[in-house]
Write a protein that binds this ligand. Structure first.
Ligand code: ADP
Ligand code: MG
Length: 267
């Protein structure tokens, strides 16, 4: 079983035909579950709706969307609506038996709403603000996903979670993918993005242990730092290998799982 996270930038460039052809071939021999991102498109749509987005930075340096009630509605519309359905439609058009769902469906992802958030301002001073509608995933129910996979479908998951009071929550797509991979007992998780992998001092790192990955994470810039964090989380949950790889090359998934591209993170 392989969990494949496809980044928003790769999706926005239009799912490239070689990626889809690769997914189609792989799906014949491997069980595949796809998780997608799309944060930039959420931001664009929100702006068009007259709701400019705010971003906050946690004390550990992770940047995330500040998700109030209106924002979580727009987030859900774009993620589980447009992006999920367009991705599924495109995969179907190329012969991939895709089936779209979100983390809400069948209680795939349950999360605890963050009641309060600690944010750091530019000078690093900490402030406490209302948590809004973001959550930390604490329960994963993969029954429905497994049912789909058993029937030969390729599930395509939008990163939304269900809170304790059945409210919709924004969850980070990389960490959603990591949690799903962990709960499925997946062998590998592949993060496809728009860069060649993890760059350290502008050079591509080909291999990292989970410990090394944790050590260098503070030196990694926004976006990639979440993938490094999600990779180490997946490994802690028993996934044998996390690969952060470019999605804009020929046969990107096959290249990544054969270690011909990207950064491979292992226990
Ligand atoms: P996606 O949208 O594909 O899921 P993100 O945009 O969230 O991915 O994260 C990938 C981005 O992280 C890259 O496009 C790059 O600009 C940025 N980045 C920051 N620091 C690094 C780094 N050290 N190595 C590679 N990419 C980095
Ligand atoms: Mg991006």
């Amino acid at each position: 079983m392989i969990v494949l996270k496809i980044g928003g930038d790769i999706l926005e460039e239009g799912l490239n035909p070689t990626l889809v052809a690769d997914i189609k071939e792989l799906a014949k021999v491997e069980q595949l579950v796809i998780v997608h991102g799309g944060g930039d498109e959420v931001t664009e749509t929100a702006e068009k709706l007259g709701k400019p987005q705010k971003f906050i930075v946690s004390p550990s340096g992770i940047r995330s969307r500040y998700t109030d009630k209106e924002t979580v509605m727009i987030y859900s519309m774009v993620m589980a609506g447009k992006i999920n359905k367009e991705t599924v439609a495109f995969l179907l058009s190329k012969g991939v038996p895709a089936f779209g769902l979100s983390g809400v469906d069948g209680t795939l992802l349950r999360a605890e709403r963050k009641k309060r958030l600690i944010v750091a301002d530019e000078r690093g001073r900490k402030r406490i603000i209302d948590g809004g509608f973001t959550g930390k995933i604490d329960q994963v129910n993969t029954d429905a996903v497994q049912l789909l996979v058993k029937k030969g479908y390729v599930p395509v998951v939008a990163p939304i979670a269900l809170g304790k009071e059945f409210e919709l929550l924004n969850v980070d797509s990389d960490r959603a993918a990591a949690n799903i991979a962990g709960a499925l007992g997946a062998e590998k998780i592949v993060f496809l993005t728009d860069v060649p992998g993890v760059l350290v001092n502008k050079r591509l790192t080909r291999k990292l242990s989970a410990t090394e990955a944790e050590e260098i994470r503070p030196k990694i810039g926004p976006g990639m730092d979440k993938k490094v964090l999600a990779s180490t989380e997946a490994i802690k949950m028993g996934v044998k290998e996390a690969i952060i790889a470019p999605g804009n090359v020929k046969n990107p998934v096959t290249q990544a799982i054969n270690h011909r591209s990207g950064t491979v993170i292992t226990p």
